[in-house]
Design a protein around this ligand. Sequence first.
Ligand SMILES: [Zn+2]
Length: 162
Amino acid sequence: MYNFRVGFGYDVHQLAPDLILKLGGVVVPHTKGCVAHSDGDVLIHAICDALLGAAGKRDIGFHFPDTDQKYKGIDSKLLLAEVKQLLAADSFEIGNIDVTVCLQKPKIAAFIPEMSESIASVLQIETSCVSIKATTTEKLGFVGEEKGIAVYAVALIYKNKV
Ligand SMILES: [Zn+2]
């Protein structure tokens, strides 16, 4: 008998010129990047929150506060690896993850397979279990005005009921 749990994550970062844009552990060439205490990988942050939410373990800011110098500029893949450990400590395994990235520019379709692979390798799951989709907001709102990127993620986790 499996105990299935679902979690939801949402994250937004502001975009600013001359910063590196990193999404799903992949550097995407662009004129702007995410303003952040960490490396600003908004895609990974939303996934972390979905996984933590599924496990009932608060959120990314609770575990990795942006007031802590230890996390300044940190590679978000390291945070994701720690989240996996937190779940594993409770015997949770990761089923699948589905993500929607909302951004006006740049087009990220060509980078999606690499992003899925990078996330799947950190979480040690199959690449097909990490779905990433992208959409614009038809030039509406802060995303459409290229002021920021928003990411929505859901994750399914499970464990064998004892
Ligand atoms: Zn974030």
